[in-house]
Ligand binder design. Structure first.
Ligand SMILES: [Zn+2]
Length: 416
């Protein structure tokens, strides 16, 4: 079966389109990767990290049906394969979960199963780079089951959940890896470091469990510490994490970038005024506090010589500097999320619009689309936080932060 916790945390959809990237035959909902709309402002490069450019060669004319001697599992006829640089009309021949031939339009293959794409786009199975499972109403295993089934309805065939424990990851990871078996997609873990004792575990987490990406939080201090255990760390601990991650081949440091002191200063008048609207949450966490934190972490990355991923970018205006991908020995990539591309702070959703970093104004939304298409933003993850309304809470200042957008929202937001 194709379900597994992958040995690295940052696998890309580097080879195979049609949602069949690495599993065995029949393990992927290929049909779900066949949207009926035409791709709009962004290609799969935005989601897949730009590594799929060589995935599907241009079809070449053949004189006969393919293959003559080998039985294949699936033939997708009349497909428009979406490559970063082009839409290619072709047929796809798939065997044991991999594309083994790309046929010119009109050519056929004998296969156990044939799908007629009817000229619709066929994309690689998407990777959702950012989900939170097991943080709220359900266990991690239960969320693997329900949220992965939700994900495939949107063409997502790999999830990268942020796992979290207050205890030892070396003790927790075996159980978390077993829980992945409850799901129907590939998964790889990002680990959230919330305790100093976990910093020293990083080399063994990488070596023994294949975890490559480690997240820390600058915000979430004091009364904002999350019931899920998410807790901000000091600069000293964050930099120690950077140093450990820099020593891991392919290691990625991820930091939730917000300046907590700036937030606490700005929240006071909004709390005192009894504001409960989405804009209040946003305006109490001003953009400059987010941008300052990102710039500081880019300097930390340079000093530590680490690959930094700035997750969930909601600030579009003022983030142009992130087009610079290298700071000396440090490299910086960025991620945004469907809610920052679709929603703004001025449409009041009350507590349902509470997310960190917060939703921003419409000019920021428009700028983010520009950052996505000009290459400033590298990946797109849902930051899906599956809460029930009861778990989320009803008071703006004490409710859980996070939007239940869902992995399946990535493609619709990009296409519309
Ligand atoms: Zn998140």
């Amino acid at each position: 079966m194709g379900r597994r916790a992958a040995p690295t945390s940052a696998r890309r959809c580097s080879s195979i389109p049609a949602g069949t990237s690495s599993g065995g035959p029949g393990t992927r909902p290929t049909r779900s990767s066949t949207p009926t709309s035409t791709p709009g402002r962004a290609t799969t490069r935005a989601i897949c990290g730009g590594s799929s450019s060589s995935a599907v060669p241009t079809p070449t004319a053949r004189s006969s049906a393919w293959p003559d001697a080998v039985t294949v599992d699936l033939f997708i006829r009349d497909a428009r394969v979406v490559r970063p640089d082009a839409l290619v009309d072709c047929g796809l021949v798939i065997r044991e979960g991999r594309v083994v031939a790309v046929l010119a339009p009109g050519e056929t293959a004998s296969a156990r199963r044939t799908l007629d794409a009817g000229g619709r786009p066929v994309l690689p199975g998407l990777i959702d780079t950012h989900v939170h499972l097991g943080n709220a109403a359900q266990s991690f295993a239960a969320d693997c089951a329900t949220e992965s089934r939700h994900a495939v309805t949107g063409g997502v065939t790999t999830l990268l959940p942020f796992v979290i424990t207050r205890e030892s990851y070396l003790d927790a990871l075996p159980g978390l890896q077993r829980a992945v078996g409850e799901g129907v997609v590939d998964m790889a873990f990002h680990a959230i470091i919330i305790r100093e004792h976990q910093v020293d575990e990083i080399p063994r987490m990488a070596h023994e469990f294949g975890v490559r990406a480690f997240k820390t939080f600058m915000a979430y201090k004091g009364r904002e510490i999350s019931p899920s255990g998410i807790q901000g760390l000091g600069d000293d601990t964050i930099f120690s994490v950077f140093q450990k991650v820099a020593a891991i081949p392919g290691g990625i440091a991820i930091v939730h970038c917000e300046n907590m002191d700036v937030i606490e200063l700005h929240q006071k008048p909004f709390v005192a005024a009894g504001r409960q609207d989405t804009a209040a949450w946003s305006e109490a966490r001003p953009e400059f506090g987010e941008l300052e934190a990102i710039r500081r972490m880019a300097l930390f990355a340079e000093a530590a010589g680490v690959q930094l991923l700035v997750p969930h970018m909601g600030v579009g205006l003022g983030s142009e500097f992130l087009r610079q991908k290298r700071w000396g020995r440090g490299r910086v990539a960025t991620e945004t999320c469907p809610h920052y591309l679709a929603l703004d702070k001025d449409t009041d959703r009350g507590v349902q619009g509470k997310v960190n970093p917060p939703l921003r104004s419409r000019p920021h939304v428009e700028a983010l689309w520009q950052r996505l298409t000009d290459g400033t933003i590298d990946v797109l993850g849902s930051d899906h936080c599956p809460y029930t309304r009861a778990v989320k809470g009803t008071d703006l200042w004490t409710a859980r932060a996070g939007i239940t957008g869902g992995s399946a929202m990535i493609l619709p937001v990009l296409l519309t």
